[in-house]
Design a binder for this molecule. Sequence first.
Ligand code: PLP
Length: 408
Amino acid sequence: MIRANDNYSKLKASYLFSDIAKRVNDYQKKNPDADIIRLGIGDVTCALAPAIIKGFHQGVEEMALDKSFRGYGPEQGYEFLRQAIAKNDFQDKGCDVAADEIFVSDGAKCDCGNFQELFAGDIKIAIPDPVYPVYLDTNVMAGRTGKNVDGRYEGIVYLDCEKQNNFLPQLPKEPVDLIYLCFPNNPTGSTATKQDLKVWVDYARENKALILFDAAYEAFIREDELPRSIYEIEGARQVAVEFRSFSKTAGFTGTRCGFTVVPKDCMIYDSTGAKVSLHAMWNRRHTTKFNGVSYPVQKAAEAVYSPEGKKQVAEQIAYYLNNADVIRKTVADLGFDYVGGKNAPYIWIDGKGRDSWEFFDLLLTKASVVCTPGGGFGRCGNSYIRISAFNSLEKVETAMERLKKALK
Ligand code: PLP
């Protein structure tokens, strides 16, 4: 008899965005004429920039000729892309990251979901609430939690992010081994200063803990003094892994490319307390379970760092951030408290005591606007909704006009 992994039965029945899609589809069926505007799931809407398409085409053309055709590439990514990433995203910004510390992948979701495989089953994990659900669910699948009781898994140390603490996780009262952080944050759009991150780096160093830092929204940072990478913090190379993605930075949600930085200084500990190289472990895992990102996609990603690519991508980010400004202004005018939208494509809105699914249904049925109910990201999101700035300016403006009518 083939037995199932019982840990899967601890998971909430379906992924948040499947639940939302179902409600939206039901509403559309009942209201076939409704012109639904989607500001829910964080998916980009602008086409790939011309410089990126040029790089992509070039890669495809090379695949069409025997002399330039490529078969399996290096699992960790082609040298040209690893070098471009290390130079542009880190070294030019004063961060000590080498090309061979970069592992190119098909996106940050897989990497931040898979990384937990490297750790023992009984480590203590701290996870912010609200949170991008992947960090939590992958640890549930791996059996690192107990049951879900009242919306929280036993065994996890939740770091509540609320108005009182500026939506920033605070150090846990009990010792933890692994800490997930994400800035600019999904879902709240909040940001952390260098000082905020230093507190965590110091904690990790003192407690032989590890930080998994998700910087998928780094490109949206507008305020220069905010850190773009955890490696801007002294000592982070010993205690932090960073996940990055081309998805939101350059419109790769459907093209698929991201990368993970695993510094060679990063050590974890075996059952005897001896140091183990995290870089060597991730390299072993990556080369065993992953066969590299397709060559044309890596050429497209390389083009993100060309002078034209940088300019075009910056214009797209500015476009989305302008949408975020329109949303922020509307919700403020309507008298709602919110955070985010300044250095992030998400605006996290306090529903004034409304349950988040109730608020979601209200916007769907009264304005035909889709948002994301905050409760889907954790208990601390129960009275919030997330509105995403990923759409056309025209649709965002129409959605905001509808919100004004529905909520005034
Ligand atoms: N990390 C965070 C915080 C995200 O919000 C997302 C996507 O929404 C991802 C990672 C996944 O990115 P990718 O498309 O590279 O898998």
